[in-house]
Design a protein around this ligand. Structure first.
Ligand code: NAI
Length: 294
């Protein structure tokens, strides 16, 4: 099995997930290249991480030298070619099959033959992403949860091509990063998103019917011992990503209405109200008590 201890890692996509994945890999001691096609995004993610780590140091939760060492591990890059020596890639770009396929084709041309290609897709078939690669057996799902530094679960998702030692190497790597991995097959939504989609769908149906406000819904579910309510969770995920995931799972289950998308999601995306990441979704951010009562 490929030993990935201290292996150089390339994280592609420096958004919500990619930034968190880069942090976790760096804190585990890996050299990390961070790339995003949006100019300045990788550097901004590193700057934001510097603030986060400093906050942990100030609270006494992290030693100053550990914070410094983790930060020094991350190199923002503007061209993928700078990361040709990466042994493992974690892709966390937009939830779109063709864009992901194009990226992996480029990566295959760049990286060594034994480099592992991991995708953080939430819902797209790992089998479909791998199809068309020269060596599809080295592509595997490595599905983290948001926020990456805090959430322990990683679904290690095998498609039809995925070679078992590749899945095993990512399983072991996830453990080394302090995560709790599980093996999953590449069925639509994998495990968590298969179960969570109808939960979001019912929430959105209640909103569509104006049966309850986001504030009331969230208060109810938090009151029922969920850590977050469904609306604040969708704001955290990002409505563009969440809508793409809904559509992907809905299509993959041949339009089974349990997984259907909602006009509420589409309106939020059309309005550009993507959630926490751009300051407004169901709520505005930073959140006020008035928002909570919405
Ligand atoms: P995001 O929108 O915060 O970040 C995506 C980043 O990818 C953006 O900065 C964008 O500029 C960049 N990008 C797009 N195309 C690119 C390309 N061809 N090359 C390099 N960079 C590119 O999205 P987020 O939320 O980080 O999601 C990324 C992936 O992670 C998606 O596949 C999503 O389904 C998955 N995911 C998201 C979760 C969430 O809660 N948001 C949870 C688990 C997985």
């Amino acid at each position: 099995m490929t030993d990935l201890t201290n292996a150089p890692v390339l994280v592609v996509g420096a958004g919500i997930m990619g930034a968190g994945i880069a942090q976790v890999a760096a804190q585990a001691g890996h050299p990390v290249w961070l790339h995003d096609t949006r100019e300045g995004a990788a550097a901004s993610a590193k700057a934001a991480l510097a603030k986060t780590l400093q906050g942990l140091v100030d609270k006494g939760k992290l030693a100053a030298d550990a914070a410094e060492a983790a930060l020094a591990c991350i190199t923002p890059i503007s061209a993928l070619a700078e990361a040709a020596a990466a042994r493992v890639v974690v892709e966390a770009i937009v939830e779109n099959l063709e864009v992901k396929r194009g990226l992996f084709r480029d990566l295959e041309a760049l990286l060594a033959d034994d480099a592992i290609l991991a995708t953080n897709t939430s819902s797209i078939s790992v089998t479909a992403i791998a199809n068309g690669l020269r060596r599809p057996g080295r592509l595997v799902g490595m599905h983290f949860f948001n926020p990456v530094p805090l959430m322990k679960l990683v679904e290690v998702v095998s498609g039809l091509h995925t070679e078992p030692p590749v899945a095993e190497a990512i399983f072991t790597l996830s453990k080394a990063w302090g995560k709790v991995p599980v093996h999953a097959k590449s069925s639509p939504g994998f495990i968590v998103n298969r179960i969570a989609r109808p939960y979001y769908a019912e929430t959105l149906a209640l909103l569509q019917e104006q049966a309850a406000t986001p504030g009331v819904l969230d208060a109810c579910l938090r009151g029922a011992a969920f850590r977050m309510g469904p609306c604040e969770l969708m704001d955290l995920i990002g409505h563009d990503t969440n809508f793409a995931v809904t559509n992907s799972v809905y299509g993959a289950y041949f339009q089974d209405k349990r997984f259907g998308p909602s006009g509420v999601q589409r309106d939020l995306v059309d309005a550009g109200w993507l959630g926490r990441k751009n300051g407004r979704g169901f709520y505005t951010y930073p959140q006020t008590d008035a928002d909570k009562a919405l």
